[in-house]
Design a binder for this molecule. Structure first.
Ligand SMILES: Cc1ncc(COP(=O)(O)O)c(C=O)c1O
Ligand SMILES: [Zn+2]
Length: 411
């Protein structure tokens, strides 16, 4: 059972009933879901969660799920929190973990947000699911629409990685490739959302969608034995997942499910699209939009919808931010794969590369318990690392041929 009771404006505080809207009627500020935490505290305990399914749905009480609508369950979440000793040695961090969200059903953390949004869409009576996407949301919306037998429209920039295009089209969606940047795709989708009665998961259903990311924080705390990490590093595109990891940890503290304390939240962006990191590092009060140009296409949002919230979450937590060049992103992907056996896409390369910079500069303390959020799968962005790996030697099927190249390799 969900304890969501309404929506509230993040700017002026005005409250309203749960509805498929994302901006406040008074001030046009963004809306967010409100819960009855007192009722929740009385009826749900961590042990109840631990007895739930091994998916994100064990946290249904803390998500805005409509009554009488079964969740569209692809088996999302409760992904591994892995102790990363090898990577920790490389970065000089003694208690490093990675939250491996690359193993979700459509291979990114976006299944968490879409899982919540699709339930809300069905609850509000929609028949068509839609989104503007930098690639990962596309696959997740298409997959959930397939499972829920809904029609779907997915809008992407035309220059996306081929694996993300194939990995979306395969679910049988109406895929529309737009000649333009993500920011242009998003603007177009806002117009389409006004003209068509569709559930755009990251536009009119954004307050519901965004809540799904809180489960990353809940699971991390539960997997650490109901304890929050000292420091987390989170990739930023629109700024939603970073803000919601902050909200999720704050909720667990308010419920007394984890001890009081502080988790520093640091942001990771690509140098070619770092509006939030630049604002953090320059001491600015607001995020200034940029034109994106990076191999980390999943993070290429120049005008982040939740940029100012991400900035505030980072500042209030005592965290910091960094940015990684294209070469550092590829190196970050190789480093994670070669130390921990986890193949992440470019967004994960950004996170690893930025964590390295934060550690080197002393902004992450070597003795902190640190969690890096690895949010997408490396098979989606093969080209980012392929060039640097070289070709495998091709040999005749004989022992002699193998011994020849082996001798060369050890010489
Ligand atoms: C793999 C991956 N990681 C992180 C993000 C960032 O999410 P947000 O837009 O909530 O900042 C995205 C967004 O598309 C993504 O695809
Ligand atoms: Zn308002």
């Amino acid at each position: 059972m969900s304890f969501a009771v309404g929506l509230q404006c993040r700017a002026c505080g005005k409250q309203q009933a749960l509805a498929p809207v994302h901006v406040c009627a008074e001030c046009l500020g963004p809306l967010e879901v409100r819960y009855d935490y007192e009722a929740l505290r009385r009826s749900v305990r961590p042990a109840d969660v631990a007895g739930g399914p091994a998916t994100m749905w064990r946290y249904a009480a803390l998500l805005p799920l409509p009554p009488d609508v079964p969740v569209v369950d692809l088996g999302t979440g409760f992904t591994p929190l892995l102790r990363a000793e090898n990577l920790g040695r490389a970065l000089g961090l003694h208690k490093l973990y990675i939250k491996n969200d690359a193993v979700n059903p459509s291979y990114s953390f976006k299944d968490r947000v879409v899982g919540v949004a699709v339930s809300a869409a069905i609850g509000f009576g929609y028949h068509t699911l839609a989104c503007a996407s930098t690639g990962n949301l596309a696959a997740s919306v298409a997959a959930h629409a397939a499972k829920a037998s809904l029609e779907s429209y997915v809008f992407i920039p035309a220059d996306l990685e081929p694996a993300k295009i194939v990995g979306t089209a395969v679910y049988g969606t109406n895929l529309v490739a737009v000649r333009g940047s993500y920011d242009q795709v998003n603007r177009l989708c806002s117009e389409i959302a006004d003209a068509f009665p569709w559930a755009f998961v990251n536009i009119n259903l954004r307050p519901f969608y965004a809540e799904g990311s809180k489960t990353l924080a809940y699971e991390t705390a539960e997997q650490l034995g109901w304890r929050a990490p000292d420091h987390v590093v989170v990739p930023i595109a629109g700024g939603s997942v970073l803000s919601k990891i902050g909200k999720g940890l704050a909720e667990l503290r308010a419920l007394d499910w984890i001890p009081a304390g502080r988790t520093r939240i640091s942001g990771a962006q690509a140098e070619g699209c770092a509006p939030v990191s630049r604002a953090v590092l320059s001491g600015a009060d607001h995020v200034t939009p940029v034109r994106a140009n990076t191999i980390a296409k999943s993070l290429a949002i120049g005008n982040p919808a939740d940029g100012d919230f991400a900035l505030r979450t980072i500042r209030d937590s005592g965290g910091s931010a960094e940015m990684a060049s294209d070469a550092e992103i590829a190196e970050g992907m190789r480093l994670l794969a070669s130390t921990e056996g986890v193949f992440t896409e470019t967004a994960g390369g950004v996170t690893v590369a930025c964590a390295r910079k934060l550690a080197r500069s002393g902004r992450i303390d070597p003795d902190e318990t640190v969690v890096l959020y690895i949010t997408g799968n490396g098979l989606k962005t093969l080209d980012a690392v392929a060039a640097g790996l070289g070709d495998a030697p091709v040999i005749e099927p004989t022992l002699a041929a193998f011994e020849t190249i082996r001798a060369g390799a050890v010489a």
